[in-house]
Write a protein that binds this ligand. Structure first.
Ligand code: GLU
Length: 551
């Protein structure tokens, strides 16, 4: 009579290592107290999803702030869904956000002592552990065909029984080693299943780092651990990988909560301590007042590439995602005006539970804040790289005269309240358009938004005088005094108090006067600091615009 050892040898004749060998090969990490080991474990199935960037950021942040290790593990065991090249794209995209793994899969080769970091290269590790489970009678060969499984499912459905391959419905769980050996030798295809001892009438509890205690039905399904193609399922690979990679916290999407009992069951069967879990909320959006998941199909913002193509700064998106991640983040930004998230202390318990809501206006707010802090020395190179790919017009303007654009971008930058009018690199070209004469002529043609209380003649006359009398090449207060004088001579009040006291006596206040000049020069009521605009345009172009603004 054959025993489990004979069965295991037949199934895995080439496996000579033991689980103990693996324990020695991947020893406990020698890290300082409190250091955390996290991982981002995507499947190479296409583009970088906004939710995946969120997951990667949280894992990265948590490991980094603790002085630990952040890994990138490629989960490529679902060969049907794998898209060639997408893994390397993910790495490149994450690197654009500064999220670079300490260990893991890299296009140029693995880095780290706990690899391989690509599941398809870990076959023998999984097979070693499965051989051990077979030897212990905790795993078995299952010869059910898809039709057999369908029959079981149909029976359960017809009889309103909980569906699944478990207990009495697990047809092959009680095959003896001899019976299994006979079938394998006869060449019958099989998968390997884990023989669960759970009971779905019982509950198992675990403490989720974000959600606290979760109580959930125990697993009793004999899950597949090794598929017919010789690769493991997610459930098994997760347990084995996170054990031997010595992960301390598994942060993953909340869609994995229902499967966690399977993972705890497997950890128990192997005699290993389960990792800590942090199940992250899914990113939602408001659609006609209803919350729903960001959808790959319906929402362009579900793909990170949307933000990149639209010109949002990578750092702004990260800051925004950190704001989704922790409810105290925005308060922190009020004190910590530099928006350097590496200084923020992320915590699991400040995470919202009911689905993080994606709000593009809030994203724009954070991007404006982030770019508001930067100067042309960092904005311009990033904008150039972006424009080269996505905005020909901006790119050619920068190429022609980078210094000119740098001066424009730096307007108001050193003021206590720096300008915050760029949310994305794509805002730069439209906002700075009036600085370019050809564009100015075009915009002017469409009509300038002068206040209707002034007639054309008056405006023309005032602007002519401004061209002659305004001072150029002087500091801001001196220049402004010259505008005030000009305003006064032309019937404007020089301060708002005077004007408010007796509005009938004046044409308007000095701000109205300055606005006429502003509109003539920039075609808009809202433009950056007028003194700096005048300085950058230079006297000749300013005079020309003032003299020709009114047609
Ligand atoms: N490959 C899994 C996924 O993409 C990873 C889940 C996990 O982090 O464990 O959903």
């Amino acid at each position: 009579m054959a025993d489990y050892n004979d069965l295991a040898e037949l199934m895995f004749p080439d496996i000579t290592k033991t689980v103990e060998d693996l324990e020695n090969e991947y020893p406990a990490r020698n890290l300082p107290e409190g250091a955390q080991v996290t991982r981002f474990a995507p499947s190479p199935t296409g583009f970088l999803h906004t939710g995946s960037l969120f997951t990667a950021l949280v894992g990265y942040k948590y490991a980094k702030q603790s002085g630990g290790v952040y890994m990138f593990r490629l989960e490529d065991t679902d060969t049907k869904r794998t898209i060639a090249g997408s893994a390397d794209d993910l790495i490149v995209q994450l690197a654009n956000f500064g999220i670079v793994a300490d260990e893991g899969y890299f296009p140029e080769g693995d880095k780290g002592a706990y690899g391989p970091y690509q599941q398809s290269k870990r076959r023998d590790i999984y097979r070693t552990v499965i051989k051990h489970l077979v030897q212990e009678g905790k795993a078995y060969a299952d010869f059910c065909t898809p039709e057999d499984l369908e029959k079981i499912r149909a029976y359960q459905e017809a009889n309103k029984i909980l569906p699944g391959y478990y207990g009495e419905f697990a047809r092959d769980r009680n095959l003896t080693p001899d019976e299994q050996i006979e079938r394998i030798k006869a060449g019958m295809p099989y998968v390997v299943r884990y023989k669960s001892n759970g009971d779905h009438n019982r509950k198992v509890a675990f403490t989720d780092a974000i959600r606290g205690k979760i109580e959930i039905q125990e697993n009793d399904v004999d899950v597949v651990i090794l598929k017919g193609d010789g690769l493991p399922t997610y459930h098994f690979a997760h347990v084995v990988d996170d054990h031997f990679m010595r992960t301390t916290v598994v942060s993953r999407g909340e869609e994995w909560i229902p499967s966690t009992p399977i993972h705890l069951d497997l950890f128990r069967a192997l005699g290993w301590k389960p990792t800590k879990y942090a199940h992250l909320p899914v990113i939602m959006k408001l659609d006609n007042g209803n919350k729903r998941k960001l959808s790959k199909r319906k929402d362009p913002e579900a793909a990170v590439s949307f933000f990149i193509e639209s010109g949002y700064p990578a750092r702004g998106l990260l800051v925004y995602l950190m704001n989704i991640a922790n409810s105290n983040f925005e308060d922190w930004t009020m004190q910590s005006k530099d928006y350097d998230i590496s200084h923020f202390q992320f915590t699991w318990n400040k995470m919202s539970l009911d689905g993080a809501l994606f709000d593009i206006d809030k994203l724009a707010y954070f991007c404006r804040e982030v770019l508001g802090k930067e100067h042309a020395d960092t904005i311009l190179p990033a904008a150039t790289a972006w424009a080269k790919e996505y905005d020909e017009k901006l790119y050619s303007k920068i190429e022609k005269n980078p210094e000119y654009l740098a001066r424009i971008i730096n307007i108001d930058k050193d003021k206590p309240n720096p300008r915050k009018d760029f949310a994305k690199y794509s805002d730069i070209e439209p906002i700075t358009r009036f600085f370019f004469d050809e564009d100015y002529v075009e915009i002017e043609k469409a009509g300038l938004p002068f206040n209707e209380k002034f007639d054309k003649e008056f405006i023309n006359d005032f602007l002519k005088k401004a061209a002659e009398e305004m001072l150029y090449g002087v500091d801001e207060p001196t220049w402004f005094n010259s505008v005030k004088e000009l305003a006064q001579k032309n019937g404007f009040a020089t301060n708002n108090k005077e004007y408010k006291a007796n509005p009938e006596a004046y044409k308007g206040n000095v701000a109205d006067a300055a606005e006429l000049i502003r509109i003539a020069l920039t075609c808009s009521k809202n433009s950056p600091n007028l003194h700096e605009v005048i300085d950058i345009l230079g006297k000749d172009r300013v005079v020309e615009r003032l003299l020709t603004a009114v047609k």
